[in-house]
Design a protein around this ligand. Sequence first.
Ligand code: HEM
Length: 203
Amino acid sequence: MIFLAALLPVARLGWKALHDGLGANPIEVITHSTGDWTLILVLTTLSITPLRRITRQYWLIGVRRMAGLFAFFYGTLHFLTYIWLDKFFDVHEMLKDIGKRPFITVGLSAFVLLVPLALTSTAGWIRRLGGKNWQRLHRLIYLTGILAVVHYWWLVKADVRKPEEYGFVLGVLLSYRVVIWVSQRRGQPARTVVPRTVEITKA
Ligand code: HEM
């Protein structure tokens, strides 16, 4: 059900495209919709661990991987919309645009960081890298979240309410990690923390 739900935004875009429902500027609509869903899914991915620990619903780990892969999927659509539909693979035009709108470089960095995470999301890669290294690598998602919010904040011209809301959610999710990290360093593991072995086996 979650898998199908995550496909709804792209299905909706496809439906609208087929029925002339994307308005006067379809590229803008697709860029905004795919950008929004990439960010929503990055934040959803980041919210699974706190949710799983607080509610002790350990099966949620499977949802985390799926949400992360869907974030990558929508990020790829967002990126393709830009380089293909918007710029027709014209590198010169893209470089000119990046010079004019530096927020694109920030978005690109956020997207590039998602690539190794998507590639190493399988159980085989967890084994190959070792649980600890895998976890270290996957902390890059924090940086993706920060860059994604900066990307959005930077591109809006006047009304910053939406990026502010995303920034607030990201702030809460990252603060949770800081609190857990500080309490672990003080030698008082939070009571709800799942043993690492359980986390890795279930991932
Ligand atoms: C993880 C990666 C990324 C995330 C989370 C993200 C997120 C977003 C969001 C939330 C928006 C605004 C949507 C709205 O207004 O409702 C947006 C717009 C945009 N993004 Fe991204 N983005 C990412 C990567 C990229 C990349 C790689 C590019 C291009 C190389 C890019 C280019 C753009 C452009 C051109 C816009 C529209 C700007 C405008 O309206 O003037 N983004 N993005």
